[in-house]
Ligand binder design. Structure first.
Ligand code: GLC
Ligand code: GLC
Length: 822
C-alpha cells in the first residue's frame, strides 16, 4: 500500500493523504539556516547547530506527533455559525475542527508545497530557504472557489525556542522568566538573552497589513487549550500581547476579502540575524534591538517577484548539483535514487550528520567523526569544496595520538566527549574519505594543509601526517591475536566488549569496566587494510617509497592475522571478547555470523583470489539475507549478555541486534561486485532501495524517497518496518555501491575507471559524469548479457586500452563507449 507517488519529472514525492504512517519529512536550506518540514508543515528551524542555535520549538514524543514550527489557520469570518463554533481549519493538514476536503503535499528538492482545500477555499503553500539567506519563506496563496465573496482571516504562527534546545526543554525555573520580544512595523522580533550575552535574534515578518499580532503563547492559545483550537482563532482576533517571560511566539493575523475566483498572496519570513557585539542597540546605549541589518532583506523578500526569483535560483542550484552524475538505466528505482533523491539525502547528511531529524532530537549528537567521514564518500562528488573544508574540520578534532573525538559540535567545531570516546575505528575513516576526495578532485595539495590536533594552536602539522597517525593509532593498539583492539566499539557502536554494564541507566557509550587489552575487532583489521591500501597509493605518488613499503608490510601482517584468527571456515569472524572467545563464529550459540567483516574484508580484497570471498558471500546469502535486506547478524541475541554491551540490550531484530542496518548492506553489494556477481549486487541494492519498497509503505512506514537507518529484522515482530529515516550512512554507501561498483564509474588517482558489474539482464546503460572539469557521456552496451568484463572502450570515438579514462584529456565534453562481453 502507498500514501502517494513519485513525480520524477518535477523531482517531487507527492503525498496524497495527511495521515502517513509517520510524519514524512523534508529539509529546507543547504548552508547555515536549516529547517525540517513534515507533510503537514511540522518541524523546526535552526541556525547551523540544532542544539545550540534553535529558532523554533519542537516537542519530541508528543501526541499527536509532529507539533512544531509552523502553525497556520484559515478562518471563515463570514459564516453565520454561532460565535462559539466558528469555521476554521489548518491548511497544512494538522488536526483541526474542520478536516480538509482535499490534501496534497509535494516534497521537492529544497522546498515543500501543499495544496489543500476546505469549503471552497483553496490554499497553496510553498516553503523554502533561499540561497545565501538565513531565513525561511512561507508563500501562501488563498483562492476563493466559491460562487460568493469570502471574508477570511489567515493566522500564521511560530513558537520560538530559547536558543539552546536542551536548556529550553529542561530549565524551566529560569526559562519561564526570560522571554523578550519587540514588535515594530508589523515584524515580530524574538530577542531573549539579547540584552546580555547573545548578539543574535529571530524575526517573523509578513507582507500586507496584519490586523494584529500575539507574542505571548497563552494569549493566543488560551488557558488549557492546544494548537488544535486556539482561543484567538476561535474568537477571530489577536490581542497584540507582548511576551514577558513565559513562552514567546510570533503570531500574525491577515484578513482577506476575496471575490469569487480571486486569489490573495501572503509572504511570511522566519529569519535569523546577528549584530556585531559592539553595535547591538539602536540608538546606542538603549536596550532596543538594532534592526537595521534585517530591514532591507525583509523589504526585498516580502515582494512576490523577489520570492519567485529566489525560488528559481534555489531549484537551479539543485539541478546544477545533481548534474554531476545522471544515469539512464533499465531500472526506474535506480534512476530515481541516483538522479534525484540519493544526492539530495547526501546533502542533508552532509549538513546535519546525525544531529537533527524526527528521530535525532538535535540536542544529542553533533557531527560524528566516523559518520561525517563516510557521508563524504557519497557527497564529495556534488560539493567538493565544502567536502574539502569538512575534511580539514574533522582532522582538526583529531588527537595527537591519531585517535579522534567521536563527535564535535557544528557551531564551535570543538570535539565533545559527552557521547563517548575511544571508538577505535574512528580515525581510519578519515583516510578513506581523504583518499576519495583526492581521487575525485586530483587535489593532492590538500595533503599539505596545516591542521592542528584537538583545535589547539601550535600543534599544526600536515593533513598527510594526520592520516599517518590515524593508521599508526591502529598499529599501536594490537591485541593477543594480532588483531586491532576494539576499544569502546568499532563501526558497530553497540558491540561494547569492554563495558560489562550491569546497572540500569549506565551509559554503554561511556562506561568502561575492563582495561581493553584483550577484546579485538576483525572489522577494524579489514578497515585498516583498506585504509592502508589508500595510503600506500597516496604516499607512493608523493614520493615516499619506504613509507609505502612499510605500510604494505603492516597490511600484510594484518591480513595474516585475519586469516589466522579471523576466518571461521566459511566466513569472517566478527571479534574476540574480553575472555579471548570468538564472536561471530559457528561455535557461538547466537550471533554466529555478522555482516560487517564480510563486507569490509572483501572490500579490502581479502579472499578474492582463493575463493574464500565467494564462500563468505554465500554464507551471507544463506544466513543473513532476507527479502527486506541483509540483517546485521544471526541469530539475533535473545538475552542480555553482560560481556557484549548494548547490542544485546535491544530486543531481537531491532537496531544493532540483528536488524537490517541499511548502512552495511552496500558493503555486501560492493563485495559481490568485486567478486564479479552483478546479479547478486543489484538484487541486494533493490531490497533496501526505498523507492523499490514504496508499494509496501504500510509495512516500511518511513519515507519512500530516502534511506532509513534500519529495517526491523526477521526475528522482530514488526519485520520489515523501517525506522530512523534520513540520517544514515546508507545514503552514502548505497550511492557508492550503485554508481562506483555496480555501474562501475569509479574515480581513481589517475583517472576515471569505468568497469561495470551490472545485472546480466541489462542491455547496458548511459551516464553523464563530471570529473575534474571534464564531463563524460558514457554509453555502456551489454550485448552478451554478462555482468562484468569490458572488451572494448572508445574515448571520443577512438579505441583505447584498459578501462581507465585519463584525467589528462582536455577539459570539456567527452564521449566514452564501452562494450561488455566475454
Ligand atoms: C533558585 C535556586 C536557589 C537559589 C535561588 C536564588 O531558586 O534553586 O538555590 O538560592 O534561585 O538564586
Ligand atoms: C549509527 C551511528 C553510526 C554507527 C551505527 C552502527 O548509525 O551513527 O556511527 O556506525 O549506528 O552502530
Amino acid at each position: 500500500m502507498r500514501y502517494g507517488h513519485f513525480d520524477d519529472d518535477r523531482r517531487e514525492y507527492v503525498i496524497t493523504r495527511p495521515d502517513t504512517p509517520l510524519p514524512w519529512i523534508n529539509y529546507l536550506g543547504t548552508e547555515d539556516f536549516l529547517s525540517l518540514i513534515s507533510n503537514t508543515a511540522g518541524g523546526y528551524a535552526f541556525y547551523r547547530d540544532a542544539r545550540l542555535r534553535r529558532l523554533t520549538r519542537f516537542r519530541y514524543n508528543n501526541v499527536p506527533p509532529d507539533q512544531g514550527s509552523r502553525f497556520l489557520y484559515l478562518r471563515d469570518d463570514d459564516t453565520d455559525r454561532p460565535p462559539q463554533a466558528p469555521l476554521f481549519w489548518r491548511p497544512t493538514g494538522q488536526p483541526s475542527p474542520a478536516p480538509l476536503e482535499n490534501y496534497e503535499c509535494r516534497h521537492g528538492l529544497g522546498y515543500t508545497r501543499l495544496r489543500t482545500s476546505q469549503s471552497g477555499i483553496q490554499a497553496d503553500l510553498r516553503f523554502f530557504v533561499p540561497l545565501g539567506e538565513n531565513l525561511e519563506i512561507w508563500q501562501i496563496r488563498v483562492t476563493n472557489q466559491r460562487k460568493r465573496p469570502a471574508r477570511l482571516s489567515l493566522f500564521a504562527v511560530v513558537e520560538f525556542c530559547l536558543w539552546d534546545a536542551w536548556d529550553d526543554a529542561t530549565n524551566y525555573q529560569r526559562n519561564l522568566s526570560l522571554a523578550e520580544v519587540e514588535v515594530e512595523d508589523g515584524v515580530i522580533y524574538h530577542k531573549t538573552e539579547y540584552r546580555e550575552r547573545r548578539n543574535h535574534f529571530a524575526y517573523f515578518a509578513c507582507s500586507g497589513t496584519p490586523a494584529g499580532y500575539d507574542t505571548q503563547r497563552s494569549a493566543f492559545l488560551g488557558d488549557y487549550r492546544g494548537w488544535e483550537t486556539p482561543l484567538a482563532v476561535t474568537a477571530g482576533r489577536l490581542s497584540n500581547s507582548i511576551a514577558h517571560g513565559w513562552e514567546p511566539i510570533g503570531a500574525h493575523q491577515l484578513p482577506m476579502e476575496l471575490e469569487p475566483g480571486a486569489t490573495s498572496e501572503v509572504i511570511l519570513l522566519l529569519g535569523y540575524a546577528e549584530n556585531p557585539a559592539a553595535s547591538k542597540f539602536d540608538p546606542p546605549g538603549s536596550q532596543t534591538l538594532d534592526k537595521r541589518i534585517v530591514r532591507p532583506t525583509i523589504q526585498r523578500l516580502l515582494e512576490p517577484e523577489a520570492v519567485e526569483q529566489a525560488f528559481r535560483e534555489s531549484t537551479a542550484a539543485w539541478d546544477e548539483t545533481r548534474s554531476a552524475l545522471q544515469v539512464e538505466t533499465p531500472d526506474p528505482h535506480t534512476n530515481r535514487l541516483v538522479n534525484i533523491w540519493n544526492p539530495y539525502q547526501l546533502s542533508v547528511t552532509f549538513n546535519v550528520s546525525r544531529s537533527a531529524s524526527y528521530f535525532d532530537t538535535g540536542i544529542g549528537r553533533g557531527i560524528g567523526f566516523r559518520d561525517a567521514s563516510q557521508d563524504l564518500l557519497g557527497s564529495l562528488l556534488f560539493i567538493p569544496d565544502r567536502a574539502r573544508r569538512r575534511l580539514l574540520d574533522l582532522a582538526a578534532t583529531q588527537l595527537p595520538d591519531g585517535g579522534a573525538y567521536h563527535q564535535y559540535q557544528p557551531l564551535t567545531k570543538i570535539g565533545n566527549n559527552d557521547i563517548g570516546s575511544g571508538f577505535h575505528d574512528d580515525p581510519l575513516w578519515l583516510v578513506l574519505a581523504t583518499a576519495a576526495y583526492v581521487k575525485e578532485t586530483g587535489d593532492f595539495d590538500i595533503l599539505n594543509e596545516s591542521v592542528p590536533f584537538d583545535n589547539a594552536v601550535g600543534t599544526e602539522t600536515s593533513l598527510e601526517d594526520h592520516l599517518r597517525r590515524a593508521l599508526r593509532f591502529t598499529l599501536d593498539r594490537i591485541g593477543p591475536h594480532g588483531l586491532p583492539l576494539i576499544g569502546r566499539a568499532d563501526w558497530n557502536d553497540c558491540l561494547n566488549l569492554n563495558c560489562f554494564s550491569d546497572s540500569p541507566g549506565q551509559s554503554f557509550q561511556t562506561t568502561v569496566n575492563k582495561d581493553g587489552k584483550i577484546a579485538e575487532s576483525v572489522f577494524i583489521a579489514g578497515l585498516f587494510i583498506l585504509a592502508s591500501q589508500e595510503m600506500v597509493a597516496l604516499v607512493e605518488r608523493r614520493g615516499y617509497p619506504a613509507e609505502a613499503e612499510s605500510l604494505v608490510d603492516a597490511a600484510h601482517a594484518m591480513e595474516t592475522a585475519v586469516w589466522d584468527a579471523g576466518w571461521d571456515g566459511a566466513w569472517f569472524r566478527r571479534a574476540y571478547d574480553d575472555a579471548g572467545r570468538p564472536i561471530g563464529s559457528a561455535e557461538c550459540q547466537e550471533g554466529q555470523i555478522f555482516i560487517e567483516p564480510q563486507g569490509i574484508c572483501i572490500m579490502a580484497g581479502l579472499g578474492l583470489q582463493d575463493g574464500r570471498a565467494r564462500t563468505a558471500l554465500d554464507s551471507v546469502a544463506a544466513r543473513l539475507a532476507t527479502p527486506h535486506g541483509i540483517v546485521l547478524h544471526a541469530p539475533a541475541y535473545r538475552r542480555y549478555y553482560l560481556h557484549l554491551g548494548e547490542i544485546s540490550s535491544y530486543p531481537p531484530g531491532y537496531k544493532e541486534n540483528g536488524s537490517v542496518f541499511c548502512h552495511t548492506n552496500p558493503w555486501i553489494m560492493i563485495a559481490e561486485a568485486r567478486a564479479g556477481r552483478g546479479d547478486a549486487a543489484f538484487d541486494y541494492y533493490l531490497r533496501i532501495n526505498p523507492s523499490a519498497r514504496e508499494e509496501q509503505s504500510d509495512v516500511h512506514r518511513c519515507e519512500p524517497y530516502v534511506y532509513a537507518q534500519m529495517i526491523a529484522g526477521r526475528e522482530a515482530p514488526t519485520y520489515g518496518e523501517a525506522k530512523n529515516s534520513w540520517l544514515t550512512g546508507a545514503a552514502a554507501w548505497a550511492h557508492v555501491a550503485m554508481t562506483q561498483w555496480i555501474l562501475g564509474i569509479r574515480p581513481e588517482f589517475d583517472g576515471l575507471r569505468i568497469d561495470p558489474c551490472i545485472p546480466s539482464a541489462w542491455d547496458g546503460f548511459k551516464a553523464s559524469r563530471a570529473f575534474r572539469g571534464r564531463n563524460f557521456r558514457i554509453v555502456v552496451r551489454n550485448p552478451d548479457k554478462v555482468c562484468r568484463g569490458v572488451v572494448e572502450m572508445k574515448v571520443d570515438g577512438v579505441k583505447v586500452p584498459g578501462v581507465v579514462v585519463s584525467a589528462d584529456l582536455p577539459e570539456g565534453e567527452h564521449s566514452v563507449e564501452i562494450r561488455l562481453g566475454r
